[in-house]
Write a protein that binds this ligand. Structure first.
Ligand SMILES: [Zn+2]
Length: 401
């Protein structure tokens, strides 16, 4: 037994020595220098070439604008740390990080933090890792509790420095209510995220003061996992967590954040995730006129008062879009001569038709094997002349324009 204990002690010392050597060697890793402008040049040394390609693909109009934005992340835990890493890799301009906790070995089932960072504050550890990944991002570390009087003052003053979006990645109701209060007072748009204590469901939510429900307007919505609540709330039972669920929720949150900041796609007002059934419910929530939060009620009044101006702007935008569509000749959009196939003459086999029924929103990228051989095989000759004539007509139209 004594020999075993000695071995345990020696082994512990060896591990400590190895981790010290590892952490000291990390400081000598060469860092890349800052990049002045985001370039779309496709070279191995360009950290932004794959992001700038979003512009060429027509997804984002001006990707480089991401450098103008500041995002505050409250709670650098399983969701917040991953969200911070994603935004850093995307080249966000400035990140403000808030947390009062330190890194523990019990956090290692999640992503981002490393065992050699145990004992560091989560914000300092995050700044260490994120500045290595992308030195272009301005990082601000706030190691404090926003639910204290002093912490709230520091929090609200830091948001006044010009923050475009606040991401709430905290794990308790009280901290969410504090973020809600600060954002309602400052007319600050924010996004809330959460993962259930049983680790199998989560959600993200967009909150625009006065326009959407605030966190005090209605009881918070969570996705039911179907697990008995009584097994969750027992004293002394610690919350479960999975890197998968937290990674998914962080991904959904940052995706919504990128869409909001860079103005592409549809920004989700609420998106839930039930991992047991792979169910993603969405919904919209209107503010409650009887909300207990006075700042929320004030914002609701402002929002109602600005309705005529908003309606006029929306009408002008629609009119501008309609007139631009009418002016543009249609065939210019059809650069690759893609034509829509009429379903009615797509074959008479009922078996093939029933197998092609798909849930809403899903389409086949390629025809089925049978259809593919029909389309390219020698037996299909009908209509080829017509197709050639149509192609010639489209080419003539392109050449003459
Ligand atoms: Zn409210």
């Amino acid at each position: 037994m004594a020999a075993l204990t000695d071995f345990g002690l020696i082994w512990g010392k060896i591990q400590e020595l190895v981790s010290r050597i590892m952490s000291s060697s990390k400081t000598s890793i060469p860092r890349r220098s800052k990049v002045k402008d985001m370039s779309a040049e496709v070279v191995d040394s360009n950290p932004y070439s794959r992001l700038m390609a979003l512009q060429r693909m027509g997804i984002v109009e001006n990707y480089e604008r991401i450098r103008d934005y500041s995002v505050a992340i409250v709670g650098i835990g399983g969701v917040g740390s991953v969200a911070a890493e994603m935004l850093t890799r995307c080249g966000i301009g400035r990140l403000l990080l808030y947390d009062y906790d330190t890194v523990e070995l019990a956090n290692m089932n999640r992503l981002f933090f490393r065992p050699d960072q145990v004992g560091m504050t989560k914000t300092d550890a995050a700044v260490q890792t994120l500045s290595e990944i992308n030195p272009d991002v301005v990082l601000e570390s706030y190691s404090m509790n926003i639910t204290t009087v002093k912490g709230f003052d520091v929090f609200i003053n830091s948001l006044k420095s010009g923050v475009d979006l606040v991401l709430s990645c905290v794990d308790n109701y009280e901290a969410r209510m504090v973020i809600n209060q600060a954002c309602n007072e400052l007319r600050q748009t924010w996004m809330e995220s959460g993962v259930s204590e049983d680790a199998v469901s989560g959600h993200i939510q967009l909150l625009i003061p006065g326009e959407t429900a605030c966190f005090a307007c209605a009881p918070p919505l969570v996705v039911a996992s179907g697990v008995d609540e009584r097994t969750l709330k027992r004293e002394g039972v610690c919350a479960a967590s999975l890197p998968t669920t937290m990674g998914v929720v962080a991904g959904l949150l940052v995706q919504n954040c990128l869409k909001y900041l860079l103005k592409f796609g549809q920004v989700s007002p609420y998106l839930g995730y039930n991992s047991l059934k792979d169910y993603f419910p969405t919904m919209e929530m209107k503010p409650n006129p009887q909300c207990s939060n006075a700042a929320c009620v004030d914002r609701q009044k402002e929002y109602m008062e600005s309705k005529p101006a908003r309606d006029a702007a929306a009408k002008a935008k629609i009119e501008a879009e309609v007139s631009s569509v009418i002016e543009e000749p249609l065939h210019l959009d059809n650069e690759w001569n893609i034509s829509i196939v009429d379903d009615s003459d797509a074959g008479s086999s009922t078996a093939a038709n029933t197998s092609s029924i798909l849930p809403e929103g899903l389409v086949h990228e390629l025809p089925t094997a049978d259809k593919y051989s029909e389309q390219v095989g020698p037996t299909v000759t009908d209509g080829i002349d017509d197709d050639l004539e149509e192609l010639q007509r489209q080419l003539d139209a392109l050449n003459s324009s």
